[in-house]
Design a protein around this ligand. Structure first.
Ligand code: PEP
Length: 250
């Protein structure tokens, strides 16, 4: 099956109201010319501003995280899926390694957040990936399967079909080290195989993104691999020219 590539920008905790509106406008102006679907995920507090800057363009809006609680209530500091939908989000990143490592989000919490996203009508971008220590100890496959199964076990087939998955080796995020195209392809094939165990048709249609130091000069080689369906872009998504060059490579 031909899967439409998705190029998603994770802006992390960067920018200001003015800078992020300008970045969104620059991307919006050029977005119509790309075959890939484009998505930006600004800091939560700027989602409304960025949404306004993207209005009328084909660029999608997403969030970087959400609460595991599905109902509004006494959860100080949290933002639930329904609120993200309310301000125009279609996607939400879940289980990013920075959330897992810095904010203690374990597999059970990630599974709850995926469920909360689906319940709100958001498409979760489920991030999985091994650390360097895990990789060096030959645990890459085991770690990925553990992270995937925690979510898959809690999903119905219909929910499984809604997921986007991002393979983000932790050793490649923000380090300038990128997985080789062959390595990314091998891991993406492993991930697709894990979905196929549940449902072969869903496996064929699921978009699996690569993330970890994707730049304009390495994007085309990564995206040319058959199981790499686009990218989750951190640092390079903060410069419109770089993000758009990566999108053009998809
Ligand atoms: C990320 O944090 O999702 C990411 C891929 O970052 P970078 O592109 O900067 O490595």
């Amino acid at each position: 099956m031909k899967r439409r590539p998705l190029i998603a920008g994770n802006w992390k905790m960067n920018g200001s109201q003015a800078a992020n509106a300008a970045l969104a406008s620059e991307i919006a102006v050029a977005a119509g010319t790309h075959a890939a679907e484009l998505l930006v995920c600004p800091p939560a507090v700027y989602i409304g501003t960025v949404g306004a800057a993207l209005a009328g363009s084909a660029v999608q809006l997403g969030a970087q995280s959400l609460a595991e609680q599905t109902q509004p209530g006494a959860f100080t500091g949290e933002v639930c899926g329904a609120m993200l939908v309310d301000v125009g989000c279609r996607y939400v990143i879940v289980g990013h390694s920075e959330r897992r490592i810095l904010f203690g989000e374990n597999d059970a919490i990630v599974a709850k957040k995926v469920a909360a996203a689906l319940a709100a009508g958001l498409t979760p971008i489920l991030c999985v990936g091994e650390t360097l220590v895990e990789r060096d100890n030959g645990l890459e496959g085991a770690v990925l399967r553990r992270q995937l199964h925690a979510v898959f076990d809690a999903c119905s087939p219909a929910q499984l079909a809604e997921l986007v998955i991002a393979y983000e080796p932790v050793w490649a995020i923000g380090t300038g080290r990128t997985a080789s195209p062959a390595h990314a392809q091998a891991v993406h094939a492993l991930i697709r195989g894990e979905i196929a165990v549940r449902d072969a048709k869903i496996a064929d249609s699921t978009r699996i993104l690569y993330g970890g130091s994707v730049k304009p000069d390495n994007a085309a080689a990564l995206f040319s691999e058959p199981d790499v369906d686009g990218g989750l872009i951190g640092g390079a998504s903060l410069k419109s020219a770089e993000f758009l060059a990566i999108a053009a490579a998809a």
